[in-house]
Design a protein around this ligand. Structure first.
Ligand code: ZN
Length: 409
C-alpha cells in the first residue's frame, strides 16, 4: 500500500459538513495508517490516534466518515496480540473493490480485487483488436466488465472504481490514448464513463507496462524496490520502478524500452522509428523470424507452436529467440547505464521464453554493460497473467487511500 506522505495535521476545527484541506489530509492519514497495518491485524481508534498524532476525538470523527463511505469496517478484536481493553478494530472493507481492465492487441481482460488487493475474479478473452476502431473494442470490453462486475457483486464485492490499461502512451487526465501503434489508435479519446456507468470513482486510464510494473511492485518480493519491468506482448513495453515509485518522466511517457534503437539499419517500427527493440523482440517479430505463421491464429496457439519448436530444438526458432534476447540485452544495457537500474523483471512472452532467451540476454548484458546487471538479477514476473489489470486496480485503490474524500458518505 502507498505511504501517505502527509505529516499529521492539527485536529480539524470540526465544522459540520465542511471538508477543508486539513480534514481531507486527516482522512487520508487515518485511512493510510489502517491500510498499512499488516494483514490480520486491526488497529483500534486509540492505536490510530497514537500512530498518527491526532486526538482520539478527531480519529473517531474521521473513522465515522470512513465507515459511512463503506471503505472501512469494524471488527471485534481477536484475543491475542492486542493489549488493553477489548475494543473494536478497523480494517479495509472486504466487501468493496475495484475493477482493473486491459485492452491489448489480441485480448481484452477485466478483473476485480478487494481493497487489500486480493483477486476476487478475473477474465481474459482473446479478441483481435489490431487496427480496430476503438468503439467496438470498448463495447466488447464494456460487456466483459459488466459481467465481471456483476459476478463480483454476487460474491459480495461492490466495485467502487476502475482502471484501464492500454498498450500505448496515454493522457490519463483527458482519457486519451495518445498513441497505441499496435492497435492503430492515434489521439483517441475514450468514453470511460460509458465503459462502466455509475462507478463512484469512475475509470482511470493507464499505460499497460506501467500498470504491470506496479502489480509487480505490489506482488513481487518485498525488498525489491528498484527494477525495470519488461512487458512482452505484440509491442514491447517498459515500466521503471525506482525506490518503490513508478518513474514516468515529466510527461508520463518514460520507460519506452521497446522503442530503444537496437539496430540503426533495421526495419521500420510501428512507432515511426527504425530498428526499435520491438521490431526484433516483439511477439510478431519473433514469430516471423521463427517461421511461425501467426496470421489469423489465436496468439496463444502461435506461442504454443513457438515453445514446441524451441523444445524440439528447431534452429529457426532458436535463432529467432536468441536474436530477441541479444537485442533485449542491448536495450537493457543502455537503460541500466542511464537510470542505474540493476534488476530486470521479465513479463509477458519474455517470461514464457525465458529459458531460451536468457543465454543471449546475459551474454549481451555482459558485453555491453559489464558489471551492471548480473544474471541472477534478471527474474520472471511474479504475476503471471493479468499483471496490467491488477496494477491498474491497485493504482485506483492507492489513489483512493490517498484521497478518500472522493467517496462521499
Ligand atoms: Zn519503435
Amino acid at each position: 500500500m502507498a505511504n501517505t506522505a502527509a505529516a499529521p495535521a492539527p485536529p480539524d476545527a470540526g465544522v459540520p459538513g465542511s471538508m477543508g484541506d486539513v480534514r481531507r489530509s486527516n482522512l487520508a492519514l487515518v485511512l493510510g495508517r489502517i491500510a498499512q497495518a499488516p494483514a490480520g491485524s486491526h488497529l483500534t481508534r486509540a492505536q490510530v490516534a497514537g500512530a498518527t498524532g491526532l486526538t482520539k476525538a478527531s480519529v473517531s470523527s474521521i473513522v465515522l466518515d470512513l465507515l459511512g463511505t463503506g471503505i472501512l469496517r469494524e471488527m471485534g478484536l481477536n484475543s491475542h496480540g492486542e493489549r488493553g481493553r477489548p475494543g473494536v478494530g478497523l480494517e479495509l472493507n472486504p466487501a468493496r473493490g475495484v475493477i482493473g481492465m486491459e485492452i491489448n492487441v489480441d485480448y481484452i481482460a477485466a478483473g476485480v480485487t478487494d481493497l487489500s488487493g486480493a483477486v476476487v475474479l478475473q477474465e481474459i478473452r482473446e479478441r483481435d483488436n489490431r487496427e480496430s476502431e476503438s468503439a467496438p473494442v470498448m463495447a466488447a470490453l464494456a460487456d466483459l466488465a459488466a459481467e465481471v462486475r456483476k459476478t463480483a457483486l454476487e460474491r459480495g464485492v461492490e466495485v467502487l472504481g476502475g482502471g484501464l490499461a492500454v498498450p500505448g502512451l496515454v493522457d490519463a487526465g483527458n482519457a486519451t490514448v495518445i498513441a497505441a501503434p499496435n492497435l492503430g489508435w492515434l489521439d483517441v479519446e475514450l468514453d470511460l464513463d460509458r465503459l462502466l456507468p455509475n462507478l463512484p470513482l469512475g475509470v482511470t486510464l493507464f499505460n499497460e507496462a506501467n500498470a504491470a510494473a506496479l502489480a509487480e511492485l505490489a506482488r513481487g518480493p518485498a525488498d525489491r524496490r528498484d527494477f525495470l519491468f519488461l512487458s512482452g506482448e505484440v509491442g514491447v513495453g517498459g515500466g521503471l520502478v525506482i525506490r518503490s515509485e513508478l518513474f514516468t518522466g515529466p510527461e508520463g511517457h518514460a520507460g519506452e524500452v521497446g522503442h530503444i534503437v537496437v539496430d540503426p539499419q533495421g526495419i521500420l517500427c510501428s512507432c515511426g522509428g527504425t530498428g526499435c527493440l520491438e521490431t526484433i523482440a516483439g511477439q510478431d517479430a519473433i514469430f516471423a523470424a521463427a517461421g511461425i505463421d501467426a496470421k489469423g491464429q489465436p496468439r496463444s496457439e502461435s506461442m504454443s507452436a513457438l515453445v514446441a519448436a524451441l523444445a524440439e530444438g528447431k534452429p529457426e526458432a532458436l535463432r529467432a529467440v536468441e536474436g530477441a534476447g541479444r537485442s533485449l540485452g542491448v536495450a537493457v544495457a543502455s537503460t541500466a547505464r542511464v537510470v542505474n537500474i540493476q534488476a530486470v523483471v521479465l513479463g509477458g512472452h519474455f517470461a514464457v521464453l525465458e529459458r531460451w532467451l536468457r543465454p543471449s540476454l546475459s551474454e549481451s548484458l555482459a558485453k555491453y554493460a559489464p558489471g551492471k546487471v548480473f544474471p541472477d538479477h534478471i527474474t520472471i514476473a511474479a504475476v503471471e497473467e493479468g499483471g496490467a489489470l491488477l496494477g491498474a486496480a491497485g493504482s485506483v485503490v492507492r489513489s483512493l487511500v490517498e484521497a478518500p474524500h472522493r467517496l462521499q458518505p
